[in-house]
Design a protein around this ligand. Structure first.
Ligand code: PMP
Length: 391
């Protein structure tokens, strides 16, 4: 039997059996009534997951980077000002995308592990067409305060675009209640499907801004004008063609979004928070330091943890030898100094204990003697609750 590795990188993630079964169906055509129904359901369920009942979803074949481009290419014209709230690697990418579109970009940054100060963001956004913010920066494990930043941007009349690739379906994000104009994500993270679908949820104000755009969207594949009739048609159950949809991925996403909606978004947010607390309790008990500077900015969807003294990136391979795939660092300045563990989607107590145990054993195999094997697992188990203490 081939060896089975538990996939705990920050996306793609472990897939549920029902999602895998959807992928394995005999190939269907994109105009097949069953595909039309599934695509229509995906769009409706996406509104529930984003907590955006009145918004227009776009689901397009491509990765999260395509979702980023779709979101801003339809809103910004050359010469317009855009503010990027910058918490790391993926905020830098958004700045690059905006620059390519001819926007005048101002990045408001912070040191790695922190979030930019709200008053600096408020100052920068004055007079800007839009503001972008990465909800969870996957390079640092930092969660930005989307609700407060959106409020400041809205007060200045700027559109708000949230990169939720590492948050939607895991972190609390209430698009309509928080008055966020666009939220984007991809299928392979907390949505629990394979990589390959970009999902963009566009509120009414952003749709109006797209209609009022002065310049044509520079790429045909990125143009909402091409995709809107397709989304509307599939939602009516009467497919029309623009570019072949990723049929099998849509079937898989339909299955995974069905599970998200069945769990309920509040329960899902709470489970991700509980799992993240258990991981943090383990890292603390093991004497490890996290990259996010404070508990309040530490994401619930992944952990970014510094290697302890004397341990290097070889740890990732040693953890893999224990049967668990984790990731190395990504932030350019700190890359070699930390590892990342994804804990989104279906992660539950069993996986938490397996991952922490694997990291403890791998640290011991690296010659590190800062904690005894088992201390991290015990701390995580205590945080997860449901057990008892010996009397
Ligand atoms: N934004 C964030 C926050 C991400 O984590 C990622 C992927 N890790 C992306 C954007 C880009 O997504 P993709 O790799 O699917 O293009």
């Amino acid at each position: 039997m081939p060896e089975r590795t538990l996939l705990m990188i920050p996306g793609p993630i472990e897939l549920d059996a029902e999602v895998l079964a959807a992928l394995a169906r005999p190939q269907l055509g994109h105009m097949d009534p069953a595909v039309a129904q599934a695509f229509g359901r995906v769009l409706g369920r996406a509104r529930e997951v984003f907590l955006a009942p009145g918004a227009q979803p776009f689901v397009v074949a491509g990765s999260g980077t395509l979702a980023m481009e779709l979101a801003v290419a339809n809103l910004v014209d050359p010469g317009e000002r855009a503010v990027v709230v910058n918490t790391g690697y993926f905020s830098d990418r958004m700045a690059t995308i905006l620059e390519r579109l001819g926007a005048k970009v101002e990045s408001v940054g912070a040191r790695a592990g922190e979030v930019p100060a709200l008053d600096e963001v408020a100052r920068a956004v004055d007079g800007a067409k839009l503001l972008t913010i990465t909800h969870v920066d996957t390079s640092t494990g930092v969660r930005a305060p989307v609700e407060a930043v959106a409020k400041a941007a809205r007060a200045a009349g700027a559109l708000v675009v949230v990169d939720g690739v590492c948050s939607v379906g895991g972190e609390e994000l209430r698009q309509e209640a928080w008055d966020v104009d666009v939220v984007l994500t991809a299928s392979q993270k907390a949505l629990g499907a394979p990589p390959g679908l970009a999902v963009v949820m566009v509120g009414a104000r952003a749709m109006a801004a797209w209609r009022a755009k002065q310049h044509r969207v520079p790429s045909l594949y990125l143009d909402f004008g091409e995709w809107l009739p397709v989304m509307e048609a599939y939602e009516r159950g009467a497919p029309v063609y623009f570019a072949t949809p990723a049929v099998n991925l849509l079937l898989a996403l339909d299955a995974s979004l069905g599970q998200l909606v069945a769990e309920g978004m509040d329960a899902r947010f709470a489970r991700h928070a509980r799992v993240a607390r258990a991981f943090r309790a383990a890292w603390r008990a093991m004497g490890l330091t996290m990259l996010p500077a404070r508990e309040e900015v530490a994401a619930h969807t992944l952990s970014a943890v510094y290697y302890p003294e004397g341990v290097d990136a070889g740890l990732v391979g040693r953890v893999r030898a224990e049967g668990v795939a984790i990731a190395g660092g990504l932030h350019p300045a700190l890359k070699a100094k930390y590892f990342r563990v994804g804990h989104m989607g279906g992660t539950r107590a069993g996986e938490v204990l397996a991952v922490v145990g694997a990291v403890e054993r791998a640290l011991a195999a690296s010659g590190w003697r800062g904690a005894s094997v088992g201390e991290g697992v015990a701390a995580a188990a205590r945080e997860l609750g449901g057990g008892h203490t010996r009397t």
